[in-house]
Design a protein around this ligand. Structure first.
Ligand code: PAF
Length: 277
């Protein structure tokens, strides 16, 4: 595996490749990320991964400084997955001057759910993904359903800018007790780790109620949030939305495919998860 930090070197290395499959990450790789690499391999060749902790997508009071950075271990894992190139730019490589041109996702998708609680987050994500794609020029790129809203926004961005990159969605990988894998799980104290699967349990409860025919989404969401709050969580949202655009379903939209999305803080750690219904 070649480890490349400069954009020019990356372009030289990938010249002539037209089936590149790309997996952008912020490192601290776990089995969820590795499943993205394996899915990428099924859709293209060579597989290119990136590791870049993107300052633009962190709010001023978020965890940019303490975000786990485990480069050596990550390299070993990617080597075992036969990744061809790891693009690991420094901030100076990717943002040699202040990044003044930015990609703003539309408000109806970018300012709801995660965007409401993390203002500017999707602008930061879209800007870096656009820039990484301009460097890698992939035929496909793989994003996890764990970050469901991010996946939708990136897919729409590629569509609206007519980028020649298809976005492939990868299923969420979970621990045996149901907790969705996330780099931020490592912030959890042991008692919090034991409690953490309750988020997936809450989502499953919402899913079961909806599948049983209950259409009072506001009530179901409130009950799920109250249950978590009673266990010591601070829920930001639990929301049943249409998969197609993440808007709330109207009462008559009984056939619309749905997804339930959640974000909640457990101690100092904010977890997100979702479940297609
Ligand atoms: O999902 C992530 O790890 C990040 O948001 C991404 C897509 C690598 C952009 O920094």
């Amino acid at each position: 595996m070649k480890i490349i930090s400069s954009i020019h070197e990356l372009r030289d290395q990938l010249r002539g490749q037209n089936r590149t499959a790309f997996v952008p990450t912020m490192g601290n790789l776990h089995e969820g990320h590795l499943s993205l690499m394996r899915l990428a391999r099924q859709h293209g060749d060579p597989v290119v991964a990136s590791i870049f902790v993107n300052r633009l997508q962190f709010g001023p009071n978020e965890d940019f400084d303490k975000y786990p950075r485990t480069f050596e271990e990550d390299v070993e894992k990617l080597q075992k997955e036969n990744v061809y190139v790891l693009f690991a730019p420094t901030e100076r490589d990717l943002y040699p001057e202040p990044q003044q041109y930015r990609v703003h996702p539309p408000q109806d998708l970018g300012d709801i759910l995660e965007g409401e609680f993390r203002p500017g987050f999707f602008q930061g994500v879209c800007t870096v993904v656009m820039k990484l794609m301009s460097c890698v020029q992939p035929r496909v790129a793989v994003f996890g359903k764990k970050d469901y809203q991010q996946l939708m926004i990136v897919r729409q961005m590629c569509h609206q800018f007519a980028l020649p990159t298809d976005i492939i969605a990868a299923e969420t990988v979970r621990d045996a007790d149901g907790l969705a894998l996330s780099s931020r799980n490592r912030y959890l104290q042991p008692t919090e780790r034991a409690e953490a699967p309750q988020l997936a349990i809450a989502l499953n409860g919402v899913r079961t109620a909806v599948l049983a025919g209950d259409r009072d989404f506001a009530k179901i969401e409130q009950q799920a949030m109250a249950t978590l709050a009673a266990r010591g969580w601070q829920p930001d949202y639990i929301a049943v939305r249409k998969r197609v655009n993440l808007q709330a379903p109207a009462a008559h939209e009984t056939d619309a495919p749905l997804v339930v999305l959640a974000a909640a803080k457990l101690g100092a750690t904010r977890l997100i998860d979702n479940l297609e219904i």
